[in-house]
Design a protein around this ligand. Structure first.
Ligand SMILES: Cc1ncc(COP(=O)(O)O)c(C=O)c1O
Length: 368
């Protein structure tokens, strides 16, 4: 039986009736933008993730752009990001005209290495943007300490780590202002694009609310140069349905990851996900490493098993970023990760049998 990289059908079947009711409700209300569903979702997401404010926006990339805009970061400023993140983190910095400064991750957790941050700080540095990559929380105590010492803002890129925590505090609530994505394949996904700002800062929350809505707090009165970056009512209503299941779904992801951990321990040269002792992982992705990545992927494909690489081309090798458009001193670990990582199938509703099938295929490959 084929096993795709991602199958959203079991999750979506389990909430189908509630999703259809949510659709009907919005449809019959004839109110599609900036209404009660958005307000309701913002309140419920804040409650669940223990943050003071959630501001629903159009997508994860826009959430990061808004965060940087309201912090007034722009041309001449530098923002520290990890060298091995999804390109959206860098795009947000470039979108506001600032310079992305790439700092290498820990080879153990794949998250920004706090020990390397201070050497990248210059008088132009304005913010650190840690990314909770694949779903594991970054070392937020060390990052917050460095930011405080150098008077820098922290903007968490929380696109992949809904309900992950560091020291029992949820990601998305450490930084001054943070972004999250509700892209359909994310752990909490809309049925289209979606995202949000999360913050404990009242003033920044208000600025973000105004920015996403044409820079306007009162209709037809525009106080700042804003944008149309809103989360619509239909997506907010769908997200409210799914939000009720997010804790349970996150636990299910952890169980699936634990099955892989058991079955793949000691197999070939595989390096399995490693948790920082104070961090939890929401397993948006289950990422392993091997020197024989291409051959393993070919073998999985032949066995009808999907896999993906997150991410095959490091940011500094992307055509979008020619020489001079980024700052970095080393890209050694980012390059190594791009050559060795592979993500295995993991989705809500995946069975232990399916995990065994993937694991057995991998064992077979390394035996052969
Ligand atoms: C780390 C990271 N940051 C930002 C984004 C951007 O989110 P979106 O796709 O909602 O724009 C993503 C999602 O793809 C991501 O993985």
């Amino acid at each position: 039986m084929n096993i795709p990289f991602l199958d959203m059908a079991p999750m979506h079947k389990s909430v189908q009736a509630d999703m259809q009711a949510a659709f009907e409700k919005v449809y019959n209300s004839n109110w599609f933008v900036m209404g009660g569903q958005l307000k309701g979702f913002e309140t419920e997401y804040s409650q669940l993730t223990k943050v003071n404010h959630t501001v629903g926006v159009s997508n994860g990339l826009d959430s990061l752009i808004i965060a940087l805009r309201v912090l007034e970061i722009g041309p001449g400023d530098e923002v520290i990001i990890p060298s091995n993140t999804y390109i959206a983190t860098a795009l947000a910095v470039s979108a506001v005209g600032a310079m992305p400064v790439l700092v290498e991750p820990s080879i153990v957790t794949y998250n920004l290495n706090p020990a390397l941050i201070e050497e990248a700080i210059t008088p132009s540095t304005k913010a650190i943007m840690p990314v909770h990559l694949y779903g594991q929380a970054c070392e937020m105590d060390a990052i917050m300490r460095i930011a405080k010492r150098h008077n820098l803002f922290v903007v968490e890129d929380n696109a992949q780590a809904h309900l992950a925590a560091y020291n029992s505090v949820y990601t998305g609530s450490f930084g001054d202002i943070n972004g999250v994505s509700f892209y359909p394949g994310k752990n909490l996904g809309a049925l289209g694009d979606g995202g949000a700002i999360t913050t404990n800062n009242d003033e920044l929350a208000q600025k973000a609310e105004i920015y996403r809505n044409y820079g306007s707090a009162k209709k037809y009165y525009n106080d700042v140069l804003g944008a149309n970056m809103r989360l619509d009512e239909m997506q907010a209503a769908f997200l409210r349905v799914k939000l009720k299941h997010l804790e349970q779904w996150t636990e299910e992801r952890r169980t699936i990851a634990s099955w892989y951990n058991q079955q793949l321990a000691g197999v070939g040269d595989l390096i399995l996900p490693t948790l920082h002792p104070k961090a939890t992982h929401s397993y948006h992705l289950y990422v392993i490493r091997t020197e024989r990545r291409q051959a393993l992927q070919d073998h999985l494909t032949q066995s009808g098993i999907g896999s993906l690489i997150h991410y095959p081309v490091p940011i500094h090798e992307q055509k979008a970023y020619p020489k001079g458009s980024l700052k970095y001193s080393s890209m050694k670990i980012a390059t190594e990760l791009a050559q060795t990582v592979v993500s295995l199938p993991l989705w809500v509703g995946m069975t232990q049998d399916q995990v065994s099938q993937v694991s057995n295929s991998i064992k077979e490959f390394f035996k052969g």
